[in-house]
Design a protein around this ligand. Structure first.
Ligand SMILES: [Zn+2]
Length: 173
């Protein structure tokens, strides 16, 4: 597994992110899956606040030369402008690593699929555990976001992963 952190000059933050990504990956995936991963972590420490999105996980596909499955994780880190309880980069990364596991193991499909309902309404769908999971295209409804099985898993696991990582370093939760 390769981890590349950019977007911060802090060596300490980079080392801590490496440690967290390693820890989360070990708890989420088998060695066989982990060994084929290349993860780019893009830290956003800029002052301007881009919406309320604190993290993202984008599957970049398989590199044809190295055979590695590549991913980009975007994570906001603004301890000076956003209080830590609202923006904890290590907890954000734990959440995004759950999505990375979902993509890397094929549990979650990487693309939105356009479909049509019986009444002809345009729908989009995501493949989850082999089944199509429909979402409306004009989905501005937060409930659907929180109810999707991949978000339930990510929200459910982020805190436990984060706490165990802290504990493994002898830090308080
Ligand atoms: Zn999520």
């Amino acid at each position: 597994m390769q981890i590349l952190v950019k977007g911060t000059k802090s060596k300490r933050l980079r080392a801590n992110i490496q440690s967290a990504v390693n820890f989360y990956a070990t708890r989420l995936m088998s060695k066989k899956v982990r060994d084929k991963l290349k993860i780019f972590v893009d830290v956003d420490s800029s002052k301007n606040h881009r919406t309320d999105c604190y993290g993202e996980c984008d599957p970049l596909g398989r590199n044809p030369i190295t055979g590695m499955k590549e991913f980009r994780i975007y994570a906001v880190h603004r301890p000076k402008t956003i209080p830590k309880e609202k923006n904890n980069i290590f907890r954000t990364i734990a959440h995004e690593m759950v999505h990375l596991k979902q993509y890397a193991t094929g549990q979650l499909g990487p693309y939105l699929i356009a479909t049509k309902s019986i009444s002809g309404k345009r729908l989009t769908a995501t493949r989850w555990e082999g089944k199509l999971y429909k979402t409306r295209e004009d989905d501005s409804d937060d409930n659907e976001y929180y109810d999707s099985p991949w978000e339930i898993e990510a929200y459910g696991r982020e805190i436990g992963l984060y706490r165990r990582w802290r504990k493994s370093r002898g830090e308080k939760e």
